[in-house]
Unconditional design. Structure first.
Length: 312
């Protein structure tokens, strides 16, 4: 079942330090559920087809100057119809002057009015980015998320496979941890996934035989990161004697997470394998592939060329 997330209007007001010119009776309970922001140009001209009143509304210089050119009667009729849709809130930018009728009708229809000094395009883009991240579809996966050479690596595998131990070894090598045990994954665009840790367990890692370790205090604040894009999934599996594993890397594996295809490596583990070193190589190899270089294809091409030259 699809879950709809929301952001309290009060949280948005605090985040962007907006001034409340009029507070509706339900101000504390208003929830924003749509990431898009609307500028009501056509609506002020009387065209309301396809109007989505659930969007956060913003008026800038253009909208305010248009209203000022209307007669008092036309302005009242336009705003009365506009406010009647019970908007979640209306933000007036650049501290544009608020006509008395604007506040009167806001009180009549119980619509929150906000103000700010920022330019319209600046605040609109910032609010859209904030809401897109906050309202993004999300899931939680059991695993570990590390940043290795700038690549976000999501470690998956059964409990006891050594994911947390590998994370600690990577920390000692100067890499950063985002989450251990549970990773919250948000889809912020059609091709981008962002991973973070639940607030309750952020910066903590569990090591069997030792217990809970606070990474930020043990390794320093430079060893942790609040969130990171997921660039590669590494699935850690136990080594099976008769299992066939890809030894060249020609087979491109992907894992679908929230509809996004993420490159994946399956790494079989046996006693004595240094998983941290393998993960570092996997991160560097993934970076090379993203810029178009594939060593496996280059190697096979060299082999083919050698066999052709020697008529083998």
């Amino acid at each position: 079942m699809f879950h709809v997330y929301s952001v309290p209007l009060t949280t948005l007001v605090e985040e962007f330090e907006l001034e409340v010119a009029y507070k509706a009776s339900d101000y504390e309970s208003i929830q924003l559920t749509v990431a898009d922001v609307a500028r009501p140009g056509l609506q002020l001209a009387g065209y309301f087809d396809h109007f989505e009143p659930m969007r956060f509304q913003v008026m800038g210089n253009v909208e305010i100057s248009y209203l000022q050119k209307l007669s008092e009667v036309e302005r009242m009729m336009t705003l009365d119809r506009y406010y009647a849709y019970k908007l979640p809130a209306l933000l007036v930018t650049r501290y544009n002057p608020l006509e008395p009728v604007c506040l009167e009708l806001a009180k009549k229809h119980d619509v929150t009015i906000l103000r700010c000094h920022e330019a319209t395009s600046t605040i609109v883009s910032a609010i859209i980015a904030y809401l897109s991240a906050a309202l993004a579809p999300r899931i939680t996966r059991h695993g570990v998320l590390m940043e290795v050479y700038g690549e976000g690596i999501l470690l998956l595998g059964e409990s006891g496979m050594g994911k947390s131990e590998a994370a600690v070894e990577l920390l000692k090598r100067g890499h950063r941890m985002i989450a251990d045990d549970a990773v919250e994954i948000r889809k912020v665009s059609g091709t981008k996934l962002i991973g973070t840790a639940p607030n309750l367990i952020r910066n903590y890692v569990e090591l069997r035989g030792i217990g809970i370790v606070n990474v930020a205090k043990l390794f320093g604040m430079g060893a942790v990161k609040s969130e990171n894009e997921i660039d590669l999934v590494v699935n850690i599996v136990p080594w099976k004697e008769h299992e066939a594993y890809d030894r060249l890397g020609l087979e491109e594996q992907h894992m679908e997470i929230l509809g996004v295809q993420v490159p994946m490596n399956t790494i079989p583990i046996t006693p004595g394998r240094n998983l941290a070193v393998i993960l570092e190589v996997a991160a560097m190899n993934n970076r090379q592939r993203k810029i178009g270089y594939n060593p496996a294809k280059e190697f096979t091409e060299q082999l083919d060329s050698h066999f052709k030259q020697n008529n083998l």
